[in-house]
Every structure is written in C-alpha cells, then in structure tokens.
Design a protein around this ligand. Structure first.
Ligand SMILES: [Zn+2]
Ligand SMILES: [Zn+2]
Length: 282
C-alpha cells in the first residue's frame, strides 16, 4: 500500500475536527454500543438540517468514521480523538494541588510530596529541595479518584510509563525508544552512581529510573524472591529495600558496567548491567 496516498497532513486532520457538529457526531458514535445508521446517528446529533448533517458526516468518513453496510462507527483515529477529549489534555486546565505521598526521600527520609501544576506532577523532597521525579499527567486522571487512589495512580503511572519505554515504545508518540546506562541526571539521589534512561528516537521524550526498577522484572530476580517467599507480581515494590537508587555501583568505567546486589535472608544475588542494558547474573 502506498503510504503517500493514505497519509493525511496533521493540518488537514485537525482542521476536520474544528466544528461543533463533527465533535457531536464523534461523541454520539462513542456513546453508542453498536454502529449506527444514518437516521439513528442524525437523531442523536443536535442539527436539524439533514443536508448540513450529511455534509459534516462526510468530512469525517475515511479518517475518523468508518462506513460499512449503511452503518457508521468510529475508526481507531476516532477512538483516539475521543480518548484525548476524555483525558482532558487539550480541554481542561487542572487546579494546582499538593499531595503527601507516603513514600520517603532516599537521602533524608522526609515524606515526599507531589505538586500538580500545569498538568505536570513534580515529586519533591522539601528538606533536600530537590525534584525526585517529574512527569506529565492528563487532568482527566483526577476525575473520580480520591487522594489515596491518586497516590497509587502517580506511582503506577510512573512504573507503567517506565516499563512501556523499557519495552521499546514511547507513550507520547508510539515511537521507538532506546535504553542506556547514565551516570549523571538531575533526578539522581545523593549517593546514586548510575541509573537507566529510556529516550524516544522520534519525539525525544525520556524517562530516568533506578537500576532496581529495571531489574524487577528480570527472571533471576523474580525467581530469587520467589525462593525466599516473595511473589513480586503481588508485592508493594516500595516496601523492598534493595531497589534503592544507591544500590547501583559502577564496577568498570570502560566499558561501563554497573552492579546491583540483592540480599534476602542472608543470601545474595549479584547482577551486572552493561551499556546495552544486558543483564548478567554473576
Ligand atoms: Zn530529602
Ligand atoms: Zn516519542
């Protein structure tokens, strides 16, 4: 298939949406459980003139709406537009708020706070006056969640974004991400020597995390915990001692090699990670 003939410019795609009736059509198709006929769809959209209605509907067919067997339904692009509307990223401006996190600063032990402002969460230690983490979060995430659920959302969101990027995919643009060891970052804790960075090759979005967070899903780590009575698939990660940021020691500068030691009940598991993020059990 010829990509040039099928691709639509961003200007064209977004200009197609700049109309009340067209947004109402997308919303009505989203609300419907099944594809709708022309008259069913017309009934649900607040425009009387059926010529006008037809005109706007036809603008959407192809890119945002699919027509099959005289019925209309949203395409994947239509679903994504509705998802963007519901998440509030483009339509809501959230109130600034501050939350205590029930998670503690690895450097000084102060309870961390999350400040939400301009659609960005900043996890901060007020004692060290430092950002521990910064990430964008759509305002729609606040709807229907109480403070406890929000704290969990912040933590899970971060872990999930990190894990998606570790799997090679950017949450922002679906581009390909590459991972590397880094020895400097504004997000490092005081004693931290190394961390992991994932960067999107297309949009440049990036995430920096602890080596421990990266190793949590490694089979040797999962098995080592399992042998000591800990099921990592069902365990609050923040209660583990070893994934601390300082538990990543540089053992070779060139080539760069970083070691992480996990201790459970007096047993030790030693892992090293190289520049390509390949993990070896020592
Ligand atoms: Zn601190
Ligand atoms: Zn990207």
């Amino acid at each position: 298939m010829d990509a040039d003939e099928r691709d639509v410019s961003p200007e064209k795609a977004f200009s197609l949406l700049g109309n009340d009736t067209r947004i109402e059509i997308i919303q009505a198709l989203w609300d419907a459980d099944d594809p709708l006929s022309f008259s069913e769809l017309h009934d649900r959209v607040g425009i009387r003139d059926s010529g006008q209605f037809n005109y706007h509907l036809n603008k959407l067919v192809g890119l945002f709406v699919r027509q099959t067997d005289e019925k209309y339904e949203l395409t994947y692009a239509g679903f994504r537009i509705m998802g963007a509307i519901l998440s509030g990223t483009y339509t809501q401006r959230a109130e600034a708020e501050t939350f205590a996190l029930d998670t503690y600063c690895p450097d000084c032990g102060t309870e961390l706070i999350a400040e939400y402002e301009e659609e960005t969460v900043r996890v901060r230690c007020e004692t060290c006056e430092r950002n521990r983490s910064t990430f964008g979060l759509p305002p729609g995430a606040f709807e229907g969640r109480n403070e406890t659920e929000l704290r969990q959302t912040f933590e899970r969101w971060l872990l999930n974004v990190f894990s998606l990027m570790a799997d090679g995919m950017c949450l922002n643009c679906s581009g390909k991400t590459v991972g590397s060891l880094v020895t400097e970052s504004e997000y490092f804790a005081d004693e931290q020597e190394a961390g992991i960075e994932f960067r999107c090759e297309r949009c440049g979005d990036y995430a920096v995390g602890n080596l421990g967070t990266y190793l949590l899903e490694h089979p040797a780590v999962v098995a080592f915990h399992y042998d000591h009575g800990i099921d990592l698939t069902d365990y609050p990660v923040w209660e583990l001692e070893w994934p601390r940021p300082e538990n990543a020691r540089i053992i070779s500068e060139d080539p760069l090699l970083v070691e992480c030691v996990i201790e459970l009940d007096g047993d030790e598991l030693r892992l090293s990670v190289d520049e390509e993020l390949a993990v070896s059990v020592e």
